[in-house]
Design a protein around this ligand. Structure first.
Ligand code: IMP
Ligand code: MG
Length: 182
């Protein structure tokens, strides 16, 4: 059972998220405007589902959508192992892939998934993440589209969970162990 936690201040509000999602969508629409290939939007379950749905509604090019799910096990060393819980079922060969993550923390998951998807021979793979926590990076990963760079805090809401809870909160909050709050 997990530690009791409390939510500190909202780090990013729902309005700030939606404004940034609009900017990211404009950027992505511009970048892929001249491409004739379909855009394969691959969403990492479960956390990125909220972000991906809001983003997808603002994309103007032809898209196809699929999901995958990964879990990462971290030992005491720095070589995290990523396990694919469920893979995409849609063919993505020859398409442009946009991998959509909720948060890039150590970078192990995103780096592993990008390499995994590249194995399906897409024309390109780019990473789009709502949140980037660069302080904890163990694996270098190129992020083309970043919503917000955040400090080294555990966050939840708008898809991000603590032990499967809190995903439905509209804002993103910093979570602290109960006795750490001042
Ligand atoms: P990474 O492999 O360390 O980059 O971790 C990526 C995954 O860890 C994310 O997809 C999240 O599921 C989870 N994660 C990392 N940081 C947080 C956080 O602050 N809140 C909630 N989940 C997190
Ligand atoms: Mg999680």
């Amino acid at each position: 059972m997990g530690m009791p936690i409390e939510l500190a201040h909202p780090l990013v509000t729902a309005d700030q998220i939606q404004a940034r999602v609009r900017e990211l969508a404009e950027e992505i629409n511009r970048d892929y405007a001249d491409t004739q290939r379909p855009l394969s939007v691959i969403v990492v379950l479960k956390g990125a589902a909220f972000f991906a749905v809001d983003l997808l509604k603002l994309l103007t090019m032809p898209t196809q959508l699929d999901f995958l799910r990964a879990s990462s096990y971290r030992g005491t060393d720095t070589t995290g192992e990523v396990h694919l819980v469920s893979d995409i079922t849609m063919p993505i060969g020859g398409t442009d892939v946009l991998l959509v993550e909720d948060i890039v923390d150590t970078g192990l998951t995103a780096a592993w998934l990008a390499r995994h998807l590249a194995g399906n021979r897409p024309a390109s793979v780019r990473l789009c993440t709502l949140l980037d926590k660069p302080a904890r990076r163990l694996m270098p990963v190129t992020i083309e589209y970043t919503g917000f760079v955040i400090p080294d805090e555990f966050v939840l809401g708008y898809g991000l969970d603590y032990e499967e809870g809190y995903r439905n909160l509209p804002h993103i909050y910093v979570a602290r162990a109960k006795n750490e709050l001042t």
